[in-house]
Design a protein. Structure first.
Length: 196
């Protein structure tokens, strides 16, 4: 029981950590939230990132840019609909503006765009095939269950696509299909974070 700390002891340790913080850590704590806020404004409205960033001193701007970059990169996702495509475009435009290594950024973006294109083209075909496969398998299972309960000649006309278990199976399948693409996207997002 001696190793359980009181709220007061925990608070005092946190205060000590704050007091022991380096000037750089203090700058990061102060300016990273400002960068996150700026990124949010940029994504929601038409904010000029470069103008807003120019309002900070060099040593402050570093932390603001890191936070903006992190938020924009987190906004990149599989282009499942037009709204996500628009968000991706805006986030990628912002990243291109604030990163110094434009060539490195463009190299990663070309890989991301390749995944997006593949997802839109072959991904749709994969989804259609998988949907029909899941539907056929589920219909066969349902028919088998009906025959076991009502006899070998029993037939029921069930709208498989509306069945909750079918919808759950389909959601799982979609998740598995998207996971292969997300693995690559997440790798490229990590690469973008490392670029200055």
């Amino acid at each position: 029981m001696a190793d359980i700390k009181s709220a007061y002891e925990i608070a005092m340790e946190k205060i000590k950590d704050i007091e022991d913080a380096t000037p750089e850590e203090r700058l990061k704590w102060k300016f990273a939230p400002k960068g996150e806020e700026l990124a949010g404004k940029y994504m929601r409205a038409d904010v000029n990132l470069m103008t807003e960033l120019s309002k900070y001193k060099d040593e402050e701007r570093k932390y603001v840019v890191q936070a903006v970059s992190s938020v924009l990169i987190r906004n990149i996702d599989l282009p499942k609909n037009d709204a996500i495509k628009k968000t991706n475009r805006k986030a990628m435009d912002g990243i291109k503006l604030i990163k110094k290594d434009k060539t490195g950024v463009e190299n990663v973006f070309s890989k991301i765009r390749y995944i997006f294109n593949h997802y839109a083209e072959q991904g749709e075909q994969q989804k259609k095939q998988a949907y029909e496969q899941v539907k056929a398998q589920f219909a066969a299972k349902l028919q088998q269950a009906v025959q076991q309960q009502m006899g070998a000649n029993a037939r029921m006309n069930i709208d498989v696509e509306r069945h909750p278990q079918f919808q759950e199976e389909w959601r799982k399948m979609l998740g598995r299909l998207d996971a292969q693409y997300l693995e690559h996207i997440n790798e490229y997002k990590h690469d973008l974070l490392a670029i200055n």
